[in-house]
Design a binder for this molecule. Sequence first.
Ligand code: NAG
Ligand code: NAG
Ligand code: NAG
Ligand code: NAG
Ligand code: NAG
Ligand code: NAG
Ligand code: NAG
Length: 580
Amino acid sequence: MLPKAILAIAALAFSPANALWPIPQKITTGDSVLFIDEAVRVTYNGVPIITIGYNPPAGSNFNSKEIVQGAVSRTFQSIFTNNFVPWKLNPRNSNFEPKLAPLNRIQTIAIQQTGKDTATTFKPRAGDVDESYSLTVSKNGQVNISAKTSTGILHALETFSQLFYQHSAGHYFYTTQVPVSIQDSPNYPHRGVMLDLARTYQTVADIKRTIDAMSWNKLNRLHLHITDSQSWPLVIPSLPKLSQEGAYHPSLVYSPADLAGIFQYGIDRGVEVITEIDMPGHIGVVELAYSDLIVAYQEMPYQYYCAEPPCGAFSLNDSKVYDFVDKLFDDLLPRVTPYSSYFHTGGDELNANDSMIDPRLKSNSSDVLQPLLQKFISHAHSKIRAQGLSPLVWEEMVTTWNLTLGSDTVVQSWLGGDAVKNLAESGYKVIDTDYNFYYLDCGRGQWVNFPNGDSFNTYYPFSDWCAPTKNWRLIYSHDPAKGVSKANAKNVLGGELAIWSEMIDGSNMDNIIWPRGSAAGEVWWSGNVDTATGQNRSQLEVTPRLNEFRERMLARGVNAMPIQMTYCTQLNATACTLFA
Ligand SMILES: *[C@@H]1O[C@H](CO)[C@@H](O)[C@H](O)[C@H]1NC(C)=O
Ligand SMILES: *[C@@H]1O[C@H](CO)[C@@H](O)[C@H](O)[C@H]1NC(C)=O
Ligand SMILES: *[C@@H]1O[C@H](CO)[C@@H](O)[C@H](O)[C@H]1NC(C)=O
Ligand SMILES: *[C@@H]1O[C@H](CO)[C@@H](O)[C@H](O)[C@H]1NC(C)=O
Ligand SMILES: *[C@@H]1O[C@H](CO)[C@@H](O)[C@H](O)[C@H]1NC(C)=O
Ligand SMILES: *[C@@H]1O[C@H](CO)[C@@H](O)[C@H](O)[C@H]1NC(C)=O
Ligand SMILES: *[C@@H]1O[C@H](CO)[C@@H](O)[C@H](O)[C@H]1NC(C)=O
């Protein structure tokens, strides 16, 4: 599309001086140095704004200026407090830093929002918000940022922050790439992470830190898989026993204030939070609070009734289940609608055998169960629509159960193969969570036990079902809409990384997600193909930038894991390359 710009990228391919992540769609840079300090004047639509220590107020009335001001404060924090000296990205003992010349500095940052935000800017459906921006830095230190929406401005400020390094002489910060000219926008509107809060409780702080890192990666959807058969940490005031009996511990809950706080934290950072209550399977824990809604709770041998212990599904032909869901939704959905346009009703891995032992049904035939499931999901989705929300479901609702869903429904595909392509070609809006690429929990061995004898011998050496680990290079090779016809490619809204939490908590969450999530983030933002040449972006171009971005995330307090040893990061990418 833009050959000149892309050539510029190619020419600088081995220089860490162009290490933006995700790489902008269109960028040109120079090689002049400018410093920056906290005195730089920042204006928003011509009016000076606060630059340090500002947090937007709590509440559900979002305001563009407050959001931009918060983002500017975080940008200053990233540049002046959580920055790093890039010795790890330059040759051993080399003199890679510019001479101190703090008078050559950025003078002003002029932020211009050319359009007006609306309520949908802050809780968009896919395609509702223009995320594009332009960013220029002139040789004399004038920075111009322009975007239609505050969301675009958030992205621009993040890109701007990545231009700067700390100088080893102390509190000095510089860029080496002036002049800069960037025009940028995403390829996909839905760029997400799914966190499982039910198998392991994740703290609000861990969730918020993940939102921070997502915003640096220009990821914009956080899907909270907030309940499952293992635990129910979500406080529902009108059904208090759910969390009282269903949380792992009375302290391990998300109060309504916690949930609202997570939603707001996300919106301030351009991340829309999507809540999932997985049903009618994956909901056994309700048995502990409200018995006789659930069948097959803790049934054994579990593999005949569910994918992992404990089993448990709604009884599919019981009016009490409808009463329960109505009460749950009447409580929860009005607390979602101020902040989000989506609600996920799950629907994965429903095992028909659960209904075989349901005294009301005693059947596992899809002829019997399919109409009951259709009625149940239609009912649930009508409640969701009545609140102005759009439903999301896991793919089995379509691919296994052949349910008829409203045209507003988004289908999340995880089973791989041609599912994303087939769903998109059939007209479904689809999100790609193909386990072969996007399940970041995979490849770390089993968590279930294998008793001595047959079980031990059969399952030795105890690989997990979705091994191997999804290396960032594998993730980077995958583009959700690849192979989908041009006419239907727009049905592929984007992707989500899945962080199923059987063995993930705050101790390892960061380095499970980052920087592998960054690899997906770049593909969803600007693609894995160089549009000028039509060739795949080379790992030799990508790796130095990802190495650097990892250092940046680390400096900002996220424990992203290294993807190469320092021997490699200090040399150009060919030093650690295997030529066939
Ligand atoms: C930045 O914006 C100002 C005011 O709109 C304009 O005069 C200037 O030419 C712009 N600079 C660049 C490099 O675009
Ligand atoms: C249902 O249970 C039977 C044993 O009763 C088992 O053979 C079958 O594989 C189970 N089906 C599923 C989908 O787990
Ligand atoms: C479901 O329940 C209704 C009302 O109790 C009953 O008429 C119907 O036969 C049941 N369906 C099945 C498949 O058992
Ligand atoms: C239904 O149950 C029968 C008898 O237990 C079993 O053989 C069959 O595999 C089950 N079908 C499914 C879809 O689970
Ligand atoms: C799925 O449902 C549609 C209509 O609801 C029907 O036309 C189609 O034959 C069904 N397909 C299968 C495989 O049951
Ligand atoms: C480009 O990447 C795709 C996977 O995304 C791969 O199938 C293809 O072989 C690659 N092409 C080259 C020339 O390496
Ligand atoms: C990369 O480093 C090698 C030595 O390790 C050198 O021969 C080569 O010219 C360098 N390539 C570039 C593009 O700088």
